[in-house]
Ligand binder design. Structure first.
Ligand SMILES: NC(=O)c1ccc[n+]([C@@H]2O[C@H](COP(=O)([O-])OP(=O)(O)OC[C@H]3O[C@@H](n4cnc5c(N)ncnc54)[C@H](O)[C@@H]3O)[C@@H](O)[C@H]2O)c1
Length: 254
């Protein structure tokens, strides 16, 4: 049984994690955190700040906001509780703080907790090496619901980083072509964000060559995919020594 503190428990992802754990004999939410006001019906103690929470737990699952990061890391280091960080839109400073905290407690960080997107990143890594050398241009298009705060998505950036690493770090990310009247440069990696309706998450990596286009796509049909991934990550990380872990570590352990 994994005892979980859920940060951002009133949000869209928080709700799905709550629903999934209701009938799960292997996972239990022992406390929930959110800055919003909780209505009735929560089946666990609710807190508005981590500093008030002294509930023993195996892991914190976080689907909240980058602003929550400092308190979350301090709490996890002090209480020696590993964290699964699903929140995206993290700034460089947040990432540096996560890296520093991971020297003292286990942290699992993933901008996309679905198995499919992590498989896509493996495929894209191989395709990028081959197709860039064959003069293909590479662009990423992502689509999300109209409530999403960050753009481009954490997943689009994760895929871009995978491609950039595979190509030796020479790619320059371009998110806006409206300001310059210039031809596309070969080392550009375009990232395009569409926002609308209730789209859960779609990512498309486009390799455009001379007279042919290869597209690798991934669609998520429900948030449950991410919630299941976060629970698997929680189970994976709960007794791990300090360090930074991600979906590759989880997949390699299966
Ligand atoms: N890693 C993944 O696979 C994955 C999947 C889906 C969403 N996400 C990310 O997870 C985050 C949450 O997504 P969502 O759709 O549930 O958003 P949401 O806006 O529906 O929920 C966020 C919740 O966090 C709460 N919150 C805000 N600041 C907080 C703080 N400082 N401390 C505690 N709670 C705070 C909000 O009140 C809200 O209830 C986003 O960053 C999103 O991009 C990641």
């Amino acid at each position: 049984m994994t005892k979980i503190i859920l940060n951002g428990c009133l949000g869209r992802m928080g709700r799905v994690v709550r629903e999934l754990t209701e009938n799960d004999p292997e996972a239990q939410i022992v406390a929930g955190l959110d800055i919003a006001h909780a209505g009735a019906g929560l089946t666990f103690p609710f807190y508005t700040a981590l500093s008030y929470c002294d509930m023993p737990a195996d892991v914190v699952i976080d689907f909240s906001d980058p602003n929550a990061m400092r308190d979350l890391l301090e709490f996890c280091v002090e209480k020696q509780i590993p964290a699964v960080i699903g929140t995206t839109g993290l700034l460089k400073g947040d990432i540096n703080e996560i890296d520093a905290a991971s020297e003292r407690v286990a942290i699992f960080k993933s901008a996309n907790l679905s198995l499919g997107i992590n498989l896509l990143s493996h495929i894209v890594e191989k395709a990028a090496k081959l197709l860039y050398d064959a003069n293909f241009d590479i662009e990423i298009v992502e689509k999300h619901h109209n409530k999403k705060l960050d753009a481009p998505s954490g997943t689009a950036l994760f895929i871009a980083d995978t491609i950039n690493k595979a190509l030796g770090g020479k790619m320059k990310y371009v998110t806006d072509r409206s300001r310059k009247k210039e031809k596309r440069n070969r080392n550009e990696l375009g990232l395009h964000a569409l926002r609308g309706g209730t789209i859960v998450g779609e990512h498309s990596v486009v390799f455009a060559g001379r007279d042919e286009v290869v597209e690798i796509n991934h669609s998520v049909l429900s948030r449950e995919v991410f919630a299941v991934g976060s629970l698997k990550a929680a189970e994976f990380i709960k007794n791990k020594p300090p360090g930074l872990y991600d979906m590759r570590d989880l997949i390699n352990s299966l």
